[in-house]
Design a protein around this ligand. Structure first.
Ligand SMILES: *Cc1c(COP(=O)(O)O)cnc(C)c1O
Length: 582
């Protein structure tokens, strides 16, 4: 991401020497960590999705962004950390023209992104030996270790529950575990970023057992050192696999008969959900916000409700924040050198003045305009935002529960607000290729925009939403809108990017936003969707007015920061994980 920011400064380098890592451990009150973690015994993080295009890998959404940020924070704080993920040789892009959602696919070469070929490993699938390339890239105290092959396919290609997905997941688990051995690493801990990575823990269990450990002892050992991080609310929503699929893709990779028996016993009517077995193999379990950890509804095989430890996601602040704003937050002693809240952050936030906010936002606006100069809207044009206009945005995957159409419920009302306050409203979010239902919803939405001359001029849909757009809109927007149906967002991190860049957040009380009280930002409330829409329009008006009133602007921005700086800090998240794990 350093490329994307266009400039680097000392501030954004990782801590310089080994004393610093000790100091970080001390700052987070974990002095003994140097004994638990070492370059040969790193924290290992398993993920089917990584969103880190500066390292060649494009993800799909929040799950991948979280993985990338966790690694970046570990690098900055010099924590020994290895992230294991597939390198997808092809990546999808979204196009939009003439009210049609489209796609093109780009080949990606890992050598271009500085990965080095290590060796190959083999896995078995459908009666064949599949050879996977192991590639790696070292980044400070961290590395990205990938398995790949020319026909590996794209992220989330095929049906969930389908053969190709199972092949990808088995490759990551069994292939990735062999890759780790190949480069001489032993995992101090295995963090499973969602259940698609289950097979990594299974590979470990199989290794221990086939090396002579009793299977139950091996399960106890694996459980103690495995953390399952859940991002999904409902167990029933997860796709399952058949016994027959496991016979082709999974069992041939197991050496231990006892492990095979253990796994076979977990099938229910010939089907299995990976969450069921992940719960059995991971004693440590976390959810990604306080609300999510509380409401995630999972049961183990004995029928007991699973408890998740709440570790709210954070972001790597320097990646997502305008450099001028990071400098300002450090100069004001709001963030310390670890990007943790300083001791006096609460009183120091009160010293933030409207003038500072406006000046920093002007710099953010310039950055947004720079990015917009090479991106297009739904009409194929580069939108340009003139001097005193306000920018509002809605940027997130185009999926039902996030309700991207909510602000468009009453087009006339929205048009009035946009015109009254001279607002340009940016909408960004990809529709998954082949999702005809969402493509249709997007088309309807943009046709509504097209029919209204005010909306046509002021509502800009930016296709192919990616990190560049996510960051540019966060730094350049005055107000961001977040409308998940309450109870359905696990955490979300876009809103964190908005708050740390001194924007006003208008949101429903959900996900990580609900870690703090509903007075901490401009909350959309209501007993039904109709009331929520009314509340949303009032909040849009209120947010726009606040940008014209120094006192209101200071109050809102200060309140957001006082509440959310500790939540947003990725270093705080890493500290919470280390606390929980060691
Ligand atoms: C930050 C970011 C996300 C995270 O989205 P949420 O909807 O907040 O979970 C997804 N995609 C991109 C490109 C991002 O930059």
């Amino acid at each position: 991401m350093v490329n994307m920011m266009g400039k680097t400064s000392k501030l954004f380098h990782r801590l310089e020497n080994i004393e610093d890592v000790e100091e970080f451990y001390e700052a987070i009150d974990r002095k003994h960590l140097s004994q638990s973690l070492s370059p040969e015994r790193p924290y290992t993080y398993w993920t089917i999705e990584l969103y880190d295009k500066s390292n060649g890998i494009r993800g799909g959404g929040g799950l991948g962004v979280l993985a990338a940020d966790t690694r970046r924070v570990a690098e900055r704080q010099q924590v020994p950390f290895t992230l294991i993920t597939p390198f997808y040789p092809s990546e999808p892009h979204q196009t939009y023209s003439n009210f049609e959602n489209g796609a093109y696919h780009e080949e990606v070469s890992y050598a271009k992104y500085g990965f080095k070929f290590v060796d190959t490993v083999n896995i078995r699938a459908s009666g064949q030996i599949c050879t996977l390339d192991v590639i790696e890239k070292q980044l400070g105290s961290t590395r990205i270790l990938c398995i790949t092959e020319p026909n590996f396919g794209e992220l989330y290609s095929g049906e969930s529950g389908g053969d190709h997905r199972l092949y990808q997941e088995v490759s990551l688990g069994f292939g990735g575990y062999q890759a780790l051995k190949l480069i001489g690493l032993k995992p101090a801990i295995m963090q499973l970023n969602e259940v698609a990575t289950f097979f990594a823990a299974l590979a470990r269990l199989d290794e221990l057992t086939s090396n002579g450990m009793d299977v139950y002892e091996a399960i106890v050992y694996t459980r103690k050192h495995t953390l399952y991080t859940n991002h999904t609310l409902v167990q029933a929503a997860e796709a399952d696999f058949s016994y027959e699929q496991f016979e082709r893709f999974v069992f041939p990779n197991l050496r231990s008969k006892a492990v095979k028996k253990w796994l076979s016993d977990k099938f229910d009517n010939g089907r299995i959900r990976l969450s069921t077995v992940t719960i059995e193999i991971a004693e440590l379990r976390s959810g990604v916000s306080k609300l999510h950890a509380r409401v995630a509804n999972y049961h183990d095989l004995a029928g007991n409700k699973v408890k998740f430890k709440a570790i709210t996601n954070g972001i790597d602040i320097p990646t997502w924040t305008l450099p001028e704003i990071v400098t300002y937050l450090k100069k004001m002693d709001i963030l310390d050198k670890f990007d943790l809240p300083s001791e006096k952050y609460l009183t120091n936030i009160e010293k933030i003045e409207a003038n500072d906010i406006r000046e920093l936002k002007n710099a953010g606006r310039a950055e947004l305009n720079r990015v917009l100069s090479h991106r297009v809207d739904q009409y194929g044009k580069h939108p340009v935002i003139e001097g005193d206009a306000l920018v509002f945005d809605f940027k997130r995957r185009f999926v039902d529960y996030k309700r991207p159409w909510l602000p468009m419920t009453n087009p006339i009302r929205l048009a009035e607000l946009l015109e009254k306050h001279n607002i340009h409203y940016f909408l960004a979010g990809r529709v998954h290729e082949g999702d005809h239902r969402m493509a249709e919803k997007l088309r309807n939405l943009l046709e509504t925009v097209d029919r209204n001359p005010i909306l046509r001029e002021r509502v800009h849909y930016l296709p192919d939403y990616d990190e560049e757009l996510g960051r540019a809109l966060s730094v350049g927007s005055n107000v961001s809108i977040n409308t998940p149906i309450v109870g359905l967002e696990a955490c979300g991190t876009s809103w964190m990017k908005d708050i740390i860049n001194l924007g006003i957040l208008v949101s429903t009380h959900d996900g990580g936003v609900a870690d703090c009280s509903s007075d901490a930002y401009l909350c959309i409330s209501g007993r039904n969707e109709h009331e929520e829409v009314e509340s949303l329009y009032r909040r849009i008006d209120e947010a726009a007015n606040a940008w014209k009133n120094d006192f209101d602007l200071e109050t809102i921005i200060q309140t957001e920061l006082k509440n959310y700086v500790p939540v947003i800090s990725g270093s705080r998240m890493l500290r919470d994980y280390l606390d929980y794990l060691f």
